[in-house]
Design a binder for this molecule. Structure first.
Ligand code: FAD
Ligand code: NAI
Length: 466
C-alpha cells in the first residue's frame, strides 16, 4: 500500500498549488483527480476558457469598431467560431500541460480516479471499476464547486446552458437570455454580445454584481447598457418551455406578480455555485458540513476529523481561484509546522469585461453599515492623459480611507485594465498603508495607474489633474 505525507483530493488551483507547496516543503505528496485532465474548474471550464473567449471576442469587436478611428483600415472582420473555439482549447491544453509538468517536477504522484475518504489517514481511489487504498498522514479536500441549479429547469448544455455550455456553443445565439447578473452572466454575456447576440440579463435583486461597490456597479450597468445589454432587475425565471426553435422563458417580478414571456434561443443559468462533495464519503467519515453544505473548517483549515483539512470553493469564502491557491499554500505550510495564513480582508476581485471592474477591501455600503467614518477620493479616467490619447476614458478609481488614520480600507476601479491596476492597492493594504503613502509613491507617466495616485490625492482633496 502506497503511503504519503499528504493526499490532496482535487487538482484545481487550490489542490495543485497545495500539492506543489507541500512537496517544496519536503512532503511526499499525491493528488487524486476524477476528471480526465488536471486543473479543475478554473483551467478546464472556468477562468481560463472564459478569459480566452473574452480576449478573442474583444479583439473581434475592436477590429470591427475601433480600428478605423485610429486610422487602421481593415475590411469588416468575419467570425470563424470553430477557430475561436480552437484558440480557447489551445489555451486550456497549454495550462493543463503546465500543471502536469509541475506535478512531475515536484515528484507528486497523480492518482487518476475518484477519491473517497475512509477515515483518518485512508483514501480510496476508484476508476474504471477498480479501486486502491492509499495511506497518508494528512488529507486535504479541494474538490471545488458545481453550478447551482434552478428547480424545474433542466440544463441540457445545448439550449439551456450553464457556464460550461456557454463556453462551447456551436453557433452564436440570436437571442441570449442570461439568468443572474453576477460575474459569469456579465463576462459570458459580453462574449456573446460582442459576437453578435442580443443579450438580456434577468437579475433577482434590484442591482447588478451584488457585493461590489454600489456606485461602481451603477456606472457599470450604464456602460453595459450603452454596449447593448438589456437588464431586467428585480425579476426571476420560473420556467422555460421549448416552442419549436425558440425557448419561451417565464419571468416574474422577484416579489411575485404577473409573469411575462421572453423568447430566447439560448438561456444561460448562472445564479451562483455550490460546494461539491459528492462521492467523497464525508458522512461516513464523520466530516461536518455547515448549513450551506460547505466543509466546515477552523482557522487552520482543519475539519472536525483528525488529519483531514479543506480549502477552496468547497469551504466558506469567495469562490475565487486565487483565494483557493492562497489557502492551498497556507495549509501546506501549517502541515509543515509553519505559520500559514490567508488575509481575507485583502482578496481582490475582478470582472474581466470591457471595461474591467476590480475591487479590494471594503465597499462604501459595508463601511456605512459598520458605522466606520471614512473619506472618499475619486478620479475619473476622462482626466487621465493616457486614457484620453487611447480614447478609453470610461470609468473611475475610488479609494476609501479611514477618516482618522487615513489607512486605505477599500479600492474600487472600473476601467480598462482595472484587473491589473488593482494590485498596487492590494500590496499597499497588505502593508497597512495609507492614502498618503499611495499619493506620495511616484507613478510612471503616462499610465492609467496614475489615476490611482490621483484618487489617493483626492482623499486629501488635492488631486492635480481635476
Ligand atoms: P476546482 O477548480 O473546482 O477543482 C476541484 C477539482 O476536484 C476538480 O478537478 C474535480 O474534478 C475534482 N474532484 C472533485 N471531487 C473529486 C473526488 N471525489 N475525487 C477526485 N477528484 C475530485 N475565479 C477567479 O478567481 N477568476 C476568474 O476569472 C474565474 N472565472 C471563472 C469562470 C467560470 C465560468 C467559472 C465557472 C468559475 C470561474 N472562477 C474564477 C472560479 C474558479 O474557477 C474557482 O474559484 C476555482 O476553480 C476553485 O478552485 P478549487 O481548487 O477550490 O476547485
Ligand atoms: P454570482 O454569485 O456572481 O452571481 C449570481 C447572480 O445571480 C447574483 O447576482 C444573484 O443575485 C443572481 N440570482 C440568484 N438567484 C437568481 C434567480 N433565481 N433569478 C435571477 N437571478 C438570480 O454567481 P455566478 O455568476 O454564477 O458565478 C459563480 C462564482 O464563480 C462566483 O461566485 C464567482 O466568484 C466565480 N467566478 C468568478 C469570476 C471572476 O473572478 N472573474 C468569473 C466567473 C465566475
Amino acid at each position: 500500500m502506497a503511503t504519503y505525507d499528504l493526499v490532496v483530493i482535487g487538482t484545481g488551483p487550490g489542490g495543485y498549488v497545495c500539492a506543489v507547496r507541500a512537496a517544496q516543503l519536503g512532503m511526499k505528496v499525491a493528488v487524486v483527480e476524477k476528471n480526465a485532465t488536471l486543473g479543475g474548474t478554473c483551467l478546464n471550464v472556468g477562468c481560463m476558457p472564459s478569459k480566452a473567449l473574452l480576449h478573442a471576442s474583444e479583439m473581434f469587436e475592436e477590429a470591427g469598431h475601433s480600428f478605423a478611428k485610429m486610422g487602421v483600415s481593415v475590411s469588416t472582420p468575419k467570425l470563424d467560431l470553430p477557430a475561436m473555439m480552437d484558440f480557447k482549447q489551445q489555451g486550456i491544453d497549454g495550462n493543463v500541460k503546465g500543471v502536469e509538468f509541475l506535478m512531475k517536477k515536484n515528484k507528486i504522484d497523480v492518482l487518476k480516479g475518484s477519491g473517497k475518504i475512509l477515515g483518518t489517514g485512508k483514501v480510496e481511489v476508484s476508476a474504471d471499476g477498480k479501486s486502491q487504498v492509499v495511506e497518508t498522514k494528512n488529507i486535504v479536500i479541494a474538490t471545488g464547486s458545481d453550478i447551482a441549479r434552478l428547480k424545474g429547469i433542466e440544463i441540457d448544455e445545448k439550449r439551456i446552458v450553464s457556464s460550461t455550455g456557454a463556453l462551447s456553443l456551436e453557433k452564436v445565439p440570436g437571442r441570449l437570455l442570461v439568468i443572474g447578473a453576477g460575474v459569469i452572466g456579465l463576462e459570458l454575456g459580453s462574449v456573446w454580445r460582442r459576437l453578435g447576440s442580443e443579450v438580456m440579463v434577468v437579475e433577482f435583486l434590484d442591482r447588478i454584481l451584488p457585493g461590489m461597490d454600489g456606485e461602481i456597479a451603477k456606472q457599470f450597468q450604464r456602460i453595459l447598457e450603452k454596449q447593448g445589454f438589456a437588464f431586467k432587475l428585480g425579476s426571476k425565471l420560473t420556467g422555460v418551455e421549448a416552442n419549436g426553435k425558440a425557448l419561451l422563458a417565464k419571468i416574474e417580478p422577484a416579489a411575485g406578480g404577473a409573469a411575462e414571456t421572453i423568447e430566447a434561443d439560448v438561456v444561460l443559468v448562472c445564479i451562483g455555485r455550490v460546494p461539491f462533495t459528492d462521492g467523497l464519503g464525508l458522512k461516513e467519515a464523520g466530516v461536518a458540513l455547515d448549513e450551506r453544505g460547505r466543509v466546515q473548517i477552523d482557522a487552520h483549515f482543519a475539519t472536525n476529523v483528525k488529519g483531514v483539512y479543506a480549502i477552496g470553493d468547497v469551504v466558506a469564502g469567495p469562490m475565487l481561484a486565487h483565494k483557493a491557491e492562497d489557502e492551498g499554500v497556507a495549509v501546506a505550510e501549517i502541515l509543515a509546522g509553519q505559520a500559514g495564513h490567508v488575509n481575507y480582508d485583502v482578496i481582490p476581485g475582478v470582472v474581466y469585461t470591457t471595461p474591467e471592474v476590480s475591487s479590494v477591501g471594503k465597499t462604501e455600503e459595508e463601511l456605512k453599515q459598520a458605522g466606520q467614518a471614512y473619506t472618499v477620493g475619486k478620479f475619473p479616467f476622462t482626466a487621465n492623459g493616457r486614457s484620453k490619447v487611447n480614447q478609453t476614458t470610461d470609468g473611475f478609481v475610488k479609494i476609501l480611507a479611514d477618516a482618522k488614520t487615513d489607512r486605505v480600507l477599500g479600492v474600487h476601479i472600473i476601467g480598462r485594465e482595472a484587473g491589473e491596476m488593482i494590485h498596487e492597492a492590494v500590496v499597499l493594504m497588505e502593508f497597512g498603508g495609507s492614502a498618503e503613502d499611495l499619493a506620495r509613491s511616484c507613478h510612471a507617466h503616462p499610465t492609467r495607474s496614475e489615476a490611482i495616485k490621483e484618487a489617493a490625492l483626492a482623499v486629501g482633496k488635492r488631486a492635480i489633474h481635476m
